[in-house]
Unconditional design. Structure first.
Length: 403
């Protein structure tokens, strides 16, 4: 089987996903083109250099609809002979785009791909595409559907995580993100978003709140308590499925959950021959990919079984991995991963995560692959795992190793 290598990884800064965010006037199409152009320019790609652009985005309606991947190719400086494929595996869309590209290469279907994703959450709000999983009674009732925030609180209740533990993790995420920026650890992968005059609109993650402390977080009310206990009473739905739970402990709020942001990210994946042709040196090999379905009510536990699966399929142990990127969708997701594998938090999300910098749904998976690779290089380590929980009960993971 052909090896698939990562040759480059870039991302835009994350802009606040609100009307007053710096990227609010920048469409998902433009954010995508910024990322595609950056890879083209940095790697001197010409003509039909890559087989396809596989692009994740979650809310595929309006200006993010109609195969945004192909539209982004046409809006970029890439050759029009390169097609585009839009995919949606919810929060893991960007990671799944990388995995699909790698597996295509491993199977001999092309020498190189650009993969990644985008989300302009300030312009196309999360959930604006609807979806049967939440609104069609024929599936929502039989599947004991609850919103993700309730699911995160179910994890906290089931596995014994407290509000203080979640808040402490959030404070640490903010501290680590600030330290990473202060130390210029993202400098080699950040591509600023500029206006038509070439002036920088945003060159730095703007969602970060480095002054966050336990006291400020302690003043926040639980975000999902009302929808769980009062209207429409999702706690009761959950306890129909998990009758051993006497009540749901609502510990999550805006400060220990991922932030709503805009952004894009792109990964250049190719085989050995591609690198030779373009004079590029591979940075890492994609050793293994995996995906799995999980309980759709608790929903966000996917990183645990998908990591078990990817380790089994790669013949590795958790101790063989040097660093971990576990998307901080909610604090309890990361805490459950660390609990399940007895992983030291000092090895997980070492430069902060989505609690501090935000979670641009379709882009995050590609972003954490890039962050993982950068940090493996910075520390001169070898192997790392990136994984995300996914809506409706799924998990996705990727193991990379430096070459």
């Amino acid at each position: 089987m052909t090896d698939a290598y990562i040759y480059d990884a870039i991302r835009t800064p994350r802009g606040k996903g609100r009307k007053d965010g710096s990227l609010h006037e920048v469409t998902a199409l433009r954010l995508s083109a910024v990322a595609l152009n950056a890879l083209k320019e940095r790697n001197n790609l010409d003509g039909h250099a890559v087989e396809d652009v596989i692009w994740g985005n979650v809310t595929q309606v309006g200006e993010q609809g109609a195969c945004l991947a192909r539209t982004a190719v046409l809006a970029s400086d890439l050759d029009e002979a390169i097609p585009g494929l839009s995919i949606n595996r919810f929060c893991a869309s960007g990671l799944e785009a990388v995995n699909l590209a790698a597996n295509q290469i491993m199977g001999g279907a092309g020498d190189a791909y650009i993969s990644g994703g985008v989300e302009a959450m300030s312009r196309v709000p999360m959930g604006s595409d609807g979806g049967a999983i939440a609104v069609d009674p024929s599936i929502a009732m039989d599947g004991y559907f609850v919103p993700q925030g309730i699911s995160a609180d179910i994890i906290a209740t089931e596995y014994g995580f407290t509000r203080d533990q979640a808040d402490a993790m959030a404070v640490e995420s903010q501290r680590r993100a600030k330290a990473a920026w202060d130390d210029n650890r993202f400098a080699g992968s950040i591509v600023p978003v500029n206006d038509v005059n070439g002036l920088t609109i945003l060159g730095h993650d703007e969602f970060m709140r480095p002054a966050t402390d336990m006291q400020s977080l302690g003043a926040l009310n639980p975000s999902f308590k009302a929808m769980g206990e009062v209207m429409p009473g999702f706690d009761k739905v959950a306890m129909l499925k998990y009758p051993h739970l006497e009540k749901i402990n609502h510990i999550h709020h805006a400060g220990n959950s991922s932030g709503i942001v805009d952004g894009s990210a792109a990964i250049l994946v190719g085989n050995k021959e591609f690198g030779i042709k373009y004079g590029l040196t591979p940075r890492a090999r994609i050793r293994q990919t995996a995906k799995i379905g999980t309980d759709p009510t608790i929903m966000l536990t996917g990183p645990v079984p998908v990591t078990q699966k990817i380790l089994a399929e790669s013949g590795m142990n958790i101790s063989d991995l040097d660093l971990f990127e576990v998307n901080e969708a909610f604090a309890s997701v990361v805490m459950r991963f660390e609990q399940a594998f007895d992983v030291d938090h000092d090895l997980v999300n070492v430069n902060g995560g989505s609690i501090a910098m935000g979670h641009p749904l379709g882009a995050t998976g590609a972003m954490i692959i890039g962050t993982l690779l950068d940090e493996l290089e910075r520390r001169d380590l070898n192997t790392g795992l990136a994984t995300l929980c996914i809506g409706s009960g799924m998990g996705a993971a990727t193991i990379i190793e430096r070459v």
